[in-house]
Write a protein that binds this ligand. Structure first.
Ligand code: 9D3
Length: 253
């Protein structure tokens, strides 16, 4: 896959994408990642890329021209690529969008800095605008890195065998169950007996129940979308009866 990122701090994208599975994907040419810096396309001696907002107010705005020239250069390499801008005003980036984007051969990402990007660039050159969540970060580079990671994990050959299998058998729409590894007991804390039983039917049921209960406690919004079986409903009812004080939305459990 070819991904070009337009951004003022390519070092951020470079650092993040050299590590782990994405780093290996780059080494194996499963990912051809390039950054283009709008500063290299600025037309003045100071290489200016930002200016004060029309209408006044704090901060600076990324100028149209350097971005448009960088975008034209990216387009020359990949004429059919979709262009997506990362911004706090974008629609939320989801696993569904990651799956759709993973089907494409090329993608152009635009990461902003300062207060934002001149709206005319977004109108003229962006096919979509994505946010990675309802919190404020300092620029679009980290958001672009998040999006690249989420998309590349879905491309054939990027994950190891074990990880790919896990992804397929993953309890879709629920949070994951808790995990334990050796030793059986550490710092006086025991591993749940069922996981040591060797009874894989029982282990699978326990893991699914734990996933359900955690999802109810921490992410009740996810349960509204996932239709529960009667057995699932019974598991939750039993948990609520056994733990009358406990409710969802908690930061702890
Ligand atoms: C005062 C208004 N702020 C907008 C909510 C200003 C502002 C904050 C952060 C302007 C730009 C930024 C930089 N952030 C991003 O470029 C960004 C982002 C984010 O801050 N949160 C979640 N997703 C994203 S994607 C790009």
């Amino acid at each position: 896959m070819h991904i070009t990122v337009l951004c003022l701090f390519p070092e951020i994208i470079e650092a993040v994408t050299q590590c782990g599975v994405i780093g290996r994907a780059r080494e194996e040419d499963l990912l051809d990642l390039r950054c283009l810096n709008p500063r290299d396309f600025a037309s003045d001696a100071h290489r200016t890329v930002d200016d004060r907002p029309y209408g006044g107010g704090p901060g600076m705005v990324m100028m149209y021209e350097p971005l448009a020239k960088a975008h034209a250069a990216a387009r020359q390499d990949n004429p059919d690529a979709r262009t997506v801008a990362l911004s706090p005003q974008g629609v939320p980036f989801t696993q569904q969008q990651a799956r759709e984007s993973a089907q494409a051969d090329a993608l152009i990402l635009v990461a902003g800095r300062y207060e934002g990007i001149d709206e005319r660039f977004l109108q003229q050159h962006a096919d979509a605008e994505w946010s990675i969540g309802d919190y404020v970060i300092s620029g679009g580079e980290l958001a672009a890195a998040v999006v690249i990671d989420a998309i590349m994990r879905l491309r054939p050959g990027v994950l190891g065998c074990a990880e790919s299998v896990q992804q397929e058998s993953f309890d879709e729409g629920l949070l994951d169950c808790p995990h334990y590894t050796r030793p059986e007991e550490t710092d006086g804390l025991k591993t749940p007996e069922v996981l040591l039983s060797g009874n894989h039917g029982k282990i699978d049921r326990w893991r699914h129940q734990e996933a359900l209960i955690r999802t109810w406690l921490r992410r009740p919004d996810l349960l509204e979308k996932a239709p529960l079986s009667e057995e699932d409903q019974a598991v939750l009812d039993e948990y609520r009866n056994a733990n009358p004080g406990k409710h969802g939305h908690g930061d702890d459990d």
